[in-house]
Design a protein around this ligand. Structure first.
Ligand SMILES: Nc1ncnc2c1ncn2[C@@H]1O[C@H](COP(=O)(O)OP(=O)(O)O)[C@@H](O)[C@H]1O
Ligand SMILES: [Mg+2]
Length: 299
């Protein structure tokens, strides 16, 4: 095992906890295996369930630098891996010409396809330099041709630049891939990874998360907020609140000096929890009051 990696599932769980991340045993096991086996971690789940956060916490705790590639529609090689700096290449040619040192065409060409003129983007940055945690965030937003290119990197931790050759990782990065599952990521990528579905936390874990992430919130309010959100998640809404929304809502209520849930304050702060007008309209009033009563009964 490489130096600096946790020695057991428990040690991995403690490492995540030290970074403020509450992981259940199954998640800690997958993270641990991915670290010791040197295999990419593929985390899939609803938005706001703590996928991106795992990569950030791992980087902070290992510690390693975090290299983040945010995926989007149209993401290509030049934004993800590398790009030749044409302006600098042109300048180098002009300078060679002006100084009279312009040699034959072949050596000039060799000269401009030099590492100096290669602009490194996240995928290449993660392979060169100090050991890194590479976060490939929301891969489902990129298009499929991009996945094909990713395969080379994930399989061999190397990037091939046609004009230059193959650049291999000095220390393979810890790779974390996330997807919000707006489409299915290709089998070939999945096969190279260890997979974990990141679900919404149960009530006990969500209370533990609030304790760490919103420490100023009164105990009773915290418990009621969690019970409320847990019940809300079994309802039929367009977008369910993630853990991030639970944290925000608890902090918002605490900022309003609430000690416990009350229907009026809940109605006034629903925009912290739900982000679509139809969802808010559906919950406001009688439905919210009913959930408040149920949340209090459950705590
Ligand atoms: N298990 C957890 N432990 C601690 N904080 C968490 C956990 N899950 C989620 N969070 C909090 O929720 C926020 C949103 O999580 P994030 O990783 O951005 O979600 P995702 O990437 O799945 O959309 C994080 O910033 C973090 O504060
Ligand atoms: Mg995310």
């Amino acid at each position: 095992m490489s130096a600096g990696l946790p020695e057991s599932v428990e040690a991995t769980q403690r490492l995540l906890a030290a970074g403020g991340y509450v992981a259940d045993r199954a998640l800690a096991t997958t993270v641990h295996l991915s670290l010791v086996m040197g295999r990419p971690l593929f985390l899939e789940g609803e938005p706001g369930t703590g996928k991106t956060e795992i990569a950030k916490v791992l980087a902070a705790q290992l510690p390693r630098r975090l290299v983040r590639l945010q995926c989007y529609d149209g993401l290509d090689l030049s934004a993800a891996a590398y790009e030749w700096n044409h302006a600098q290449q042109l300048m180098a040619i002009r300078l060679a010409e002006a100084s009279g040192s312009a040699q034959d065409r072949a050596s000039l060409e060799r000269g401009i396809y030099d590492r100096r003129f290669l602009q490194e983007r996240p995928l290449l940055q993660a392979l060169t330099g100090d050991p890194a945690v590479l976060l490939i965030d929301e891969l489902d937003r990129a298009d499929e041709p991009f996945e094909a290119f990713l395969l080379e990197i994930l399989a061999d931790f190397q990037v091939t630049v046609p004009e230059l050759g193959t650049i291999r990782a000095v220390t393979p990065p810890v790779v974390v891939i996330t997807s919000n599952r707006t489409r299915e990521v290709h089998d070939a990528i999945r096969r190279r990874c260890l997979y974990h579905w990141v679900d919404y936390p149960d009530a006990a874990r969500e209370r533990a998360i609030l304790k760490i992430r919103a420490p100023g919130v009164p105990e009773r309010l915290s418990a009621e907020v969690v019970a409320f959100v847990q019940k809300l998640r079994s309802g039929d809404f367009f977008k369910l609140p993630g853990v991030a929304e639970t944290i925000d809502w608890a902090a918002a209520l605490a900022a309003l000096d609430a000690q416990e849930l009350e229907p009026a304050t809940v109605d006034e702060t629903l925009g912290v929890l739900l982000k679509y007008q139809d969802d808010i309209a559906k919950l406001r009033g009688a439905e919210a009051a009913k959930l408040v009563a149920e949340a209090k009964a459950a705590t």
